[in-house]
Design a protein around this ligand. Structure first.
Ligand code: HT7
Ligand code: ZN
Length: 872
């Protein structure tokens, strides 16, 4: 397949300052007429052909300056016009015919539940009409939509509605004008019969913006939380970044067939309905938090993505990393900053670290791709956000804000690069960020090895930096790593020092820039306990020998919530890995009672937020443990070590956990706020422990039967199905949940997820059976992700069963999905990415499954790309 390279970027010979689109939405054959004003870029030769992108298009009519059939060559994937007029500007009319009903890839124009909708990022617009479908072509759009009125009373596009009315035969039309020049990937259209929740927001300069969230009829009330999150996001962006909304309307539409979470189309965000619809009976606290974050994320793109967009798709992190950083900051302000930070780091480690440590590793700004859809990754998004966070750490909050102001001022209306972005920070701060820029260009997770020693008031840190080799990058340069730290004294206070030499140390941050530093702190009153990478100031791994008593001390005293959580997490991880090794050697797993005592103390420490306590009591996941072990992984032994530690902690804390569970159970009216959610999280985490001691199935069944909201219901159900799978209570609860939610696909997804992640080899049969469930549809990404995505990424013992049967099954399923939706199959296939870290038997079976996909007769570019890079 074709490889696209960053260094090959060239500006287009032609521009399209204006685009007029007319859609006639008729079943079977939708007609699109695109009238483009094309301008030759100054300096371009008059004889240069105009090559427009297409993807599977059927050309019906072509005109140049009003004259039919000009000189051209058309294929479904390309339209080349030659012998163009001498004049600098000319008009091209293109008529194409589409079949949205049969568009299962969910890119371009498609129908979801009877609603016409579009998805154009990154290259979906070329499935609608021939165009210069690249993000540096900014155009002003005028859109006319014509449709049968009964079927599609609602006609939406970007910008402001400027006209509308009735047509013959019960048809009608609407016209929309978006005054802001935008790239084609931000184009959107929606036409259908939907209900609407309306509200308004008055901006900081006093303009009233009409807000609408469009959902299935009868579900309007379920959009209330999303609406509230939207208004809070609009206010926050004004308060924190000085950014005001810039159109008279802002519409959100929820659709049920969607490849990702949501899409930031200008003035018309389209959402996966999973991230809009919520009430206590249908959504968990995690769903509420996701809705808040994704609503905010898409809204924030209006400035970071839409007003300032990307020059090319290599620069994807310019909008995504920055916007994730902004949504993280929003959630931190709306909820608990410390708790959010821990959750963010868990996500980064769970998704991005394995990516960076495996065959799919790539820099935050990749330099080459075969399929751009495969680069909407945790590295681009999550690590991209961490890079922006490091910039703020290095420059300080004030300079960071001044730099962002300069970014908006300097680049509004432009399509930019990472170099443009970094230059703004250099100009605003007067600093040289060239070494820092490596974070965008060099893949792999840097490691710091820190060896401390203390003598006579001097603390010496020997710091060694290394970045492991990654595909196509064997030699790495030293990075600029901002390492936040504290020296903690024996009574828990932060110790001072009189001077530091060997590296720049300022405002609680060590600036590691070289491969090795010998850092000396003078005037340190006692041997300190080191708290490193506080707040997770850099996305790295840190190796430092720390005595268990020091970790226990930090877990009880560190004033930085992340570092405090990390200390306990490290203790748990160390204990789990030691037990894993014992189990592999045919011995019994052994745990120190310190760890159980500490768990009990944290659980009942009323000075700590319940949400924090819940996170601290959540053991490292099986994939976390596997990642830290690194090689020769036996998932069954990991599962066993983890279960035994949970049972050990539970047995040691039977009484305090039981008491806490009862205390937290006193009924309060439901509220989705973070504090209430935190109390539910703590109670449900404690339930997970109580379920492991005698009578556990009864406790979990009672929890399920008395639940008054989805969070508790799912906690009860999940505990039963995972800890007491064979019990009659589990069977009854699963049947009850299925019956109660038979007509609620988003709730059934939760059932699929619980059942497909039930540990053990039998999960494969469960998944096979659920694929035949009448509510399961292989065309719907939410269903597929809930069943097959959860199974492959969230069921270590089931997916990695030693006989390889799940791999074969999964490979076949991927090929079936691939025939309709390559984006989805490719994303699911990343479940194989860590196959080389498995023990040899599983490794070979996983390899065979990958090879079988590569050898299949018809494989999309998307899936092939993931499979071949995984095998390379
Ligand atoms: N910018 C969007 C990324 C995206 C996408 C969304 C929906 C369907 C397919 C898509 N491909 C890429 C979402 C975001 O990051 O905000
Ligand atoms: Zn985004």
């Amino acid at each position: 397949g074709q490889v696209f390279r960053l260094e090959d970027y060239r500006p287009s010979d032609y521009l399209i300052p204006q685009t007029r689109l007319t859609f006639r939405l008729a079943r079977g054959a939708t007609i699109v007429v695109a009238e483009l004003t094309v301008e030759r870029r100054p300096g371009t030769d008059a004889g240069a052909p105009l090559t427009l992108d297409g993807d599977g298009l059927k050309l019906k009519r072509l005109e140049l300056d009003g004259v039919g059939n000009p000189t051209h060559e058309a294929t479904p994937d390309k339209l080349v016009l030659t012998q163009l007029p001498e004049s600098r500007s000319f008009r091209v009319l293109i008529e194409t015919e589409l079949d949205p009903d049969h568009n299962k890839a969910l890119m371009g124009l498609y129908r979801s539940n009877g609603v016409y909708c579009t998805q154009c990022e990154p290259e979906g617009f070329r499935r609608i009409t021939y165009f210069l479908d690249r993000p540096d072509i900014l155009s002003v759009y005028q859109v006319r939509i014509e449709a049968p009125k009964p079927e599609a009373p609602l006609l939406l596009s970007n910008g402001n509605r400027v006209a509308g009315g009735d047509l013959e035969n019960d048809w009608h039309f609407a016209e929309w004008h978006d005054p802001h020049p935008k790239p084609s990937y931000l184009f959107a259209l929606v036409a259908g019969d939907l209900g609407c929740l309306r509200d308004s927001f008055t901006t900081m300069s006093g303009r009233k913006v009409e807000l609408g969230i469009h959902v299935e009829h009868g579900k309007e009330k379920l959009a209330a939380y999303a609406m509230d999150a939207l208004k809070r996001s609009m206010k926050w962006d004004e308060d924190v970044f000085g950014r005001e909304y810039d159109l008279d309307v802002f519409n959100i539409v929820a659709v049920s067939d969607f490849n990702m979470g949501a899409m930031e189309n200008k003035g018309l965000n389209i959402f996966n309905d999973k991230y809009v619809l919520a009430d206590e009976a249908t959504a968990t606290d995690a769903d509420f938090a996701n809705i808040e974050a994704i609503i905010a994320h898409e809204y924030f793109h209006n400035w970071t993505g839409n007003r300032i967009t990307c020059r090319d798709w290599f620069q994807l992190c310019l909008k995504e990393g920055l916007t994730v950083f902004r949504d993280h900051e929003f959630s931190a302000d709306q909820r608990s900053r410390g708790v959010r930070r821990i959750a963010e780091v868990r996500t980064l480690r769970g998704l991005q670290f394995p990516e960076d440590q495996g065959p799919l590793a790539h820099p935050v700004r990749p330099r080459r791709y075969r399929e751009i859809n495969n680069f909407y990754t945790a590295t681009v998004y999550e690590k991209g956000s961490e890079v922006v966070r490091m910039l703020r750490t290095i420059l300080g909050a004030e300079t960071f804000r001044a730099s962002m102001d300069l970014y908006f001022e300097r680049h509004d209306g432009q399509a930019c690069t990472i170099e443009d972005f970094l230059k703004v920070f250099e100009d605003a701060s007067g600093r040289d960020l060239s070494q820092f820029g490596l974070w965008y260009n060099q893949s792999g997770t840097p490691n710091l090895t820190v060896s401390p020693s203390y003598e006579a008031g001097i603390l010496t840190l020997d710091i060694e930096q290394s970045v492991p080799p990654t595909p196509s990058e064997s030699r790495k340069r030293a990075m600029h790593i901002p390492l936040a730290f504290a020296l903690i004294g024996s009574s828990g206070e932060e110790l001072d020092f009189s001077a530091a030499e060997g590296a720049t140390v300022e405002n609680g941050v060590i600036h590691v820039r070289k491969r090795s530093h010998k850092l000396r702190f003078h005037g340190v009153a006692e041997r300190p306990v080191l708290s490193l990478n506080r707040g997770f100031s850099a996305p790295i791994t840190v190796a430092m020998e720390q005595r268990p008593q020091d970790l226990i001390f930090l877990a009880g005293h560190d004033s930085d919530p992340f570092a405090r959580w990390q200390a306990f997490n490290t203790l748990q991880t160390d204990a789990l890995i030691a037990a894993y090794r014992l189990l592999l050697g045919g011995k019994e797993a052994k745990y120190q009672k310190d760890i159980a005592q500490l768990a009990g103390r944290i659980a009942t420490d009323a000075t700590l937020e319940p949400a924090y306590r819940a996170l601290a009591l959540t053991l490292p996941s099986e994939t976390d443990i596997a990642r830290d072990i690194g090689r020769d992984i036996d998932p069954d032994a990991i599962f066993s070590a983890r279960s035994k530690l949970a049972a050990f902690i539970a047995a040691a804390n039977r009484e305090p956990f039981g008491k806490l569970y009862e205390e937290l159970g006193s009924l309060e009216p439901f509220s989705p706020d973070a504090a209430s959610a935190g109390r539910r999280a703590l109670r449900n985490t404690v339930l997970g422990y109580l379920a492991r001691i005698d009578g556990g199935a009864d406790i979990a069944a009672r929890h399920y039967n008395t639940a008054t909201n989805m969070t508790d219901l799912i906690a009860g159900l999940g505990t039963l199905a995972h800890e007491h799978a064979a019990s009659s209570q589990a069977g009854a609860a699963l049947a009850d949940f299925a019956a109660r939610h038979a007509s609620m696909p988003l709730a059934l997804d939760k059932l699929y997820q619980i059942q497909s992640t039930a540990p053990g080899t039998q999960a494969l049969e469960t998944v096979r059976a659920l694929m035949r469930h009448p509510a399961f549809h292989i065309d719907n990404p939410n269903r597929v992700r809930a069943l097959l995505g959860a199974f492959s990424a969230g069921n270590q013992t089931g997916f990695h069963r030693a006989d390889g049967a799940a791999y074969t099954f999964f490979a076949d399923a991927l090929l079936e999905i691939d025939s309709g939706n390559p984006q989805l199959s490719a994303r699911l296939a990343t479940a194989f990415r860590s196959w080389r870290s498995l023990e040899p038997v599983r490794q070979e079976k996983a390899r065979q499954a990958l090879v079988s996909i590569a050898a299949a007769s018809s494989v999309s570019v998307d899936l092939r790309d993931i499979v071949e890079r995984s095998l390379a």
